[in-house]
Structure formats: structure tokens, C-alpha cells
Design a protein around this ligand. Structure first.
Ligand SMILES: Cc1ncc(COP(=O)(O)O)c(C=O)c1O
Length: 479
């Protein structure tokens, strides 16, 4: 029996999968009470009419928070919420899973608060999401940057080399944790297995921000999840690719983790709203349930088949290029980063949107990022490929195209002050033209993808100027 068939057989029909929060919300909906508690719109009875018309009465009538209607609590996890988190841990192969509101941002902040301390040194990849920087500013730990490979032609980051992590751990025995991002926004995959083996050798925990890889555990044609490769904690943005509602994510503590989940629990209790949305929590429960059904697995199969179809069509367009595994990196097939000769990514994005009604995930000066989602049908990809063919063979002019503009920062920072000291220092805002030689006091990390160009405590140099084209002024440490 092939691996695939085995995997499918171990999955369940949707009728046998449990979704405790969804079920509890349904029961609450079917058994309405006289409500004298928050939220004050009271099942949509006191809300702006046009908004109600737009989202529907039913959504508003189940917009509630924990503690009410036998829905359990998030902190501590009780009732259906506790059960749903346990089912998620099982599905993802974790010892413990926490549901996150405020996205993977909340997960990264909780990791920083729980597992790092003031003055500790933490190895972090320079192209991490800005939420990791925020976390370190809160905890007072200091990043020891590891700069991944760069793919200069595309102005994107490549993979994190395990040997670089080992060299840093060997050089400084006071490093307390390794915290990496995998995959990159554009789908470049690092060798987490080797990195995890190195972390174990040096006795330090490994945390992986796998925000863009939450489907990996559910299909063997996708890269392997860090939860199976020895990471101690993993963050997943279920809302990005896993089918839950915006701003919902999960933080997993792996089965053999050396990290203590009770400290994450405490941090999340402080970070989360005290009125968590049951609608959002139910959407996480539903996304996990969906991924456990045969129908959910089929959706992932379809996504991969569609991504392969798209890539094949794109390969046949002479002046269109795509990032793929034969660039020497492993990649996630569903994230398709492309460029067309003579067009900047921004221009391509606007042609796609204005002339073809197509919205892509993001655009840089170089290219555009297409996410092949579970919700996309084959006909969507046919239309996209047809449209790209037309654009690539057309005569589009690019008034935005500037040779020296690069979207991604490719520079190793010169650190003058600690992140936290610079962030809380007395500051002044000055013209960018006067900023060379000064110490940055702000986080400059545009979203998407939220990767830092300049951080508090770093020397501002003339080499950074091409990356700061959208800024007229910069905030610097005073004096
Ligand atoms: C690698 C990475 N980590 C974390 C985040 C934050 O995720 P969220 O938007 O779920 O808060 C992002 C967002 O783009 C990201 O790219």
C-alpha cells in the first residue's frame, strides 16, 4: 500500500471528526438566552444596520466570548476550548497546543516572554518577522544574528545554513536559544533537521516560526514540519494557509520539547485579550477538523496539483521566471514567486489587479508572490496562467522600474546599542539625508513580509538608503 493511501485511510470521514467549539457554539445558537453580558451589541440587536446586512445576523448571534453559554474558557483552557486544543495537539503531533488570537505575532511574543530573559543571547535569523523583534524588546534578550543565504537576482533571502548556527554556538557558549523562521515568505526551506541536531548537541532549545507551513504535517509532498524534525516549539499561522479566520494561529510545544509549556500558558494569559472571540477560536477548531478529514486532505492534494500545473504553464513563458527547487534550495511548491523581464513586481501586481482582476499575496520591486490556496479551483489557475502569458507577451511600460531599488534588506547590521536600550532611549526624528552615522531608534519592517530593514540600536549607513526609499525621515537616538 502506498504512503499516500495509508495516510488517507488513517483520516476520517467528516462525520466522525469532532469540533468541540463549533459544536458548543451551535448548541448555544440553538438555545438562546436572555443576554445581560458582553458583547453589548447583544446578538446583533444593537449594531449598525449596513454592517449587519453585510455579515449576516447569524454571525452576530454567535459572536460571543468565553465563560458564557457553556463555551469554556481560554485561560485556563477549560471545556470545549480545552478539548479543541487537545485535538489540535494530536492532529499536529504536539505535546501541547495553544490557540492564538492576534496571529502568530501573539505566538512569537509568548515565546519571547516565556523562554527568553533580559540579557540572554538568542540566535535569530536576520530576516525574522518583526513580532520576534518585538518579543525580544519586551523580554530584553539580545539577538545574535544569523544571516541566511541571499538570492541576489530575486532580492530574497535563501535558507539558513546549519553550519552558521553551529559556528555561532561554538563561538559563544552563553547562547540560550535558537529561533529560526522556516520557510521564508517566498517558500525557501531550510534544513531544520540538521539545525535541530546541532541545537541538541549544544543543549539549547530550538523554536521554529513555521507561520507559513501549517499544512506541512498533512501531506507528504510538502516539506516536513519542524514538529517532526526536533524543534521544541513551533508557531503556525492557520489563517495564512490552513483555512481558519484572519488573525488565528497556533503555538505547539513538541512531544519531546525541553521547554516548559506552563510558562507559555502564563505569557499567553497576559498577552491575550480577556474577551477572546469564540468565533475566531471556533474557526481554528474547524480548520483543524477540516484538515483531519478526507475532504480536507483532498483539498491539499488539489492545491499541490494546481501549483504544479501553474508552474508548468509558467515554465513555458520565455520571459517569465519562477523561484523553484532547482535554484539549489528546497521550496514549498505552493508558494510561487515570479518575475517578468522588464517589469517590476509592483508594476506586474498592478497590471494583474487592474487589467485582470487578480490579487496576489505581495509584490516587491523584483517580483510577485502567488499563494496557491486550498480554496483555489483549477479554473482560477488556468485564468492566472493565461493572464500572465498575455502580460509577458504584451508591451507594458514600467514607469516604476528602478534598477537600484531592492525590496529585501540584504545587509548585515552594525549593532551599536542593545535593541531595548535604543528603543527606550530619548529619540529625535531627522531627515533621512542627515541620518547616516546615527543610531536607529525605530523598527523599520514593512508588511508584508514584516522583515526588518533597520532596527533600534543599529548604525544607519549609506548602504541602507536604497532600502529606505519610502522614508523621508528616520527616528534616531538623540544626541
Ligand atoms: C514568518 C512570519 N512569522 C510571523 C508572522 C506573523 O503572523 P500573523 O500575521 O499571524 O500575526 C508573519 C506574518 O506575515 C510571518 O511572515
Amino acid at each position: 500500500m502506498s504512503e499516500d493511501i495509508k495516510q488517507k485511510d488513517s483520516l476520517k470521514e467528516s462525520t466522525t471528526v469532532k469540533a468541540p467549539i463549533v459544536e458548543a457554539l451551535k448548541t448555544a445558537y440553538e438555545n438562546p438566552t436572555y443576554q445581560f453580558h458582553i458583547p453589548g451589541h447583544t446578538k446583533g440587536k444593537a449594531i449598525y444596520k449596513d454592517f449587519k446586512k453585510l455579515i449576516g445576523e447569524k454571525v452576530l448571534s454567535i459572536d460571543t466570548t468565553d465563560e458564557f453559554d457553556n463555551l469554556g474558557t481560554l485561560h485556563p483552557a477549560t471545556g470545549p476550548i480545552k478539548e479543541a486544543q487537545e485535538l489540535a495537539a494530536k492532529a499536529f503531533g504536539a505535546r501541547k497546543t495553544f490557540f492564538l488570537l492576534n496571529g502568530s505575532t501573539a505566538g512569537n511574543l509568548a515565546v519571547a516572554m516565556a523562554f527568553t530573559k533580559p540579557g540572554q543571547k538568542i540566535i535569530v535569523n536576520r530576516n525574522c518577522h518583526r513580532s520576534i523583534i518585538t518579543g525580544l524588546m519586551i523580554s530584553g534578550a539580545e539577538p545574535v544574528w544569523v544571516c541566511p543565504e541571499r538570492i541576489e537576482d530575486w532580492a530574497i533571502w535563501g535558507n539558513i545554513e546549519a553550519s552558521k548556527i553551529e559556528a555561532l554556538l561554538e563561538k559563544d557558549k552563553n547562547i540560550s536559544m535558537v529561533w529560526i523562521t522556516n520557510p521564508t515568505y517566498e517558500g525557501v526551506v531550510s534544513d531544520v533537521k540538521s539545525i535541530s541536531a546541532i541545537c541538541k548537541k549544544y543543549g539549547v532549545p530550538l523554536v521554529v516560526d513555521e507561520a507559513h507551513g501549517c499544512l506541512w504535517n498533512f501531506n507528504k509532498h510538502l516539506p516536513e514540519t519542524a514538529l517532526k524534525l526536533g524543534a521544541d516549539a513551533v508557531v503556525h499561522s492557520l489563517h495564512k494557509t490552513g483555512g481558519s479566520m484572519s488573525q488565528t494561529s497556533m503555538l505547539h510545544i513538541s512531544k519531546d520539547s525541553i521547554l516548559d509549556e506552563t510558562s507559555v500558558e502564563k505569557s499567553l494569559k497576559l498577552l491575550h485579550s480577556t474577551s477572546p472571540s469564540l468565533l475566531l477560536l471556533a474557526s481554528l477548531d474547524a480548520a483543524r477538523a477540516n484538515l483531519e478529514t478526507k475532504a480536507g486532505l483532498k483539498l491539499i492534494d488539489r492545491t499541490i496539483a494546481n501549483a504544479k500545473y501553474l508552474r508548468k504553464r509558467l515554465d513555458a513563458i520565455p520571459n517569465l521566471h519562477q523561484v523553484k527547487s532547482d535554484f539549489g534550495y528546497k521550496t514549498d511548491v505552493t508558494k510561487v514567486f515570479i518575475k517578468i523581464d522588464g517589469l517590476s513586481g509592483k508594476r506586474l501586481e498592478s497590471i494583474l489587479e487592474i487589467d485582470f482582476g487578480i490579487e496576489v499575496e505581495s509584490a516587491s520591486d523584483i517580483g510577485v508572490l502567488i499563494l496557491c490556496n486550498m480554496g483555489n479551483k483549477r479554473s482560477d489557475f488556468v485564468y492566472l496562467a493565461d493572464s500572465l502569458e498575455k502580460i509577458a507577451s504584451g508591451n507594458h511600460k514600467d514607469i516604476y522600474y528602478l534598477e537600484n531599488r531592492k525590496h529585501m534588506p540584504m545587509l548585515e547590521p552594525q549593532i551599536i546599542m542593545s535593541l531595548r536600550d535604543a528603543y527606550y532611549a530619548d529619540k529625535e526624528r531627522i531627515l533621512k539625508k542627515d541620518a547616516t552615522g546615527r543610531i536607529s531608534a525605530e523598527v523599520i519592517a514593512e508588511c508584508p513580509p514584516g522583515i526588518s530593514i533597520l532596527l533600534p540600536g543599529e548604525l544607519i549607513t549609506k548602504d541602507q538608503m536604497p532600502y529606505l526609499h519610502d522614508y523621508e525621515t528616520l527616528e534616531v537616538v538623540k544626541g
